[in-house]
Design a protein around this ligand. Sequence first.
Ligand SMILES: Nc1ncnc2c1ncn2[C@@H]1O[C@H](COP(=O)(O)OP(=O)(O)OP(=O)(O)O)[C@@H](O)[C@H]1O
Length: 256
Amino acid sequence: MIIAKNLTVKIGNKIILDGVSFEVKKGEFVAIIGPNGAGKTTLIKTLLGLIRPTRGDVKISGLLPDEYIKLKNGIGYLPQKAIVNWSMPLRVLDVVLIERLKPFGLFRGYTKKDIEAAMHWLSRFGVEDKAFSYIRDLSGGQQQRVSLARCMINSPEILVLDEPNTAIDAVYNSMIYEILRDLSSQNNITIIMVTHDIGAVSAYVDEVMCLNVKLHCHGKPSTIDYSHMLKTVYGDGMNIMLHSEACKNCKWGGNG
Ligand SMILES: Nc1ncnc2c1ncn2[C@@H]1O[C@H](COP(=O)(O)OP(=O)(O)OP(=O)(O)O)[C@@H](O)[C@H]1O
């Protein structure tokens, strides 16, 4: 569904991405991991057509990203930094529905269907009781869950999430990963998620991409040689605790 070929992004004299090629199939749940400054956000912005590659290209269902976004239901995108100014007096329901009304103009007014859809997604992410609260009165983690509901409101076939677990506590973190896994396995939604939560990767996603300017590895979590990956992608001196099977087999470092 998504094919990236030889993506290279240069800003000034600096090479941010260097010859990155990969394929993501429909319905796959993929995690992109890598250290700070590795080019993860740049890569997903390139997939979304927000950054033009210096070399190479991205095709989504055979289309350039902006063509795909215009023709299909768009791409649900959760950026690393909130695009809505949370200090404004906006209700949670409005924050979610702005995304749905965009194509029709913001003054169309909500239909019963709009409200049902918003409540469905708010409830899926466990914040339906906040629907009529002001977004500024919610905690950071609750705001993040509202943002996830907003990403789903137009029923996109692709979700691109830049660190969705920011500010989310351990209980809701697992809940969100489970919902994302269900969306990919049951609803066939393709999900690309940037995360520093490497531990979660092995338990929930289908594929892992390890990025640091170049794509160092890409494969099923069980096929990744984590100790080698940590050395090449993150550098020496890093240990990782891998979680799998509800943490029954937690191990430090090694091949988990
Ligand atoms: N507009 C820009 N102008 C100059 N340099 C940029 C620009 N955008 C990104 N960079 C640089 O590109 C590199 C990769 O940034 P990017 O945000 O893609 O990394 P990241 O892997 O998402 O990092 P993090 O984990 O910290 O979010 C960084 O060194 C950053 O400073």
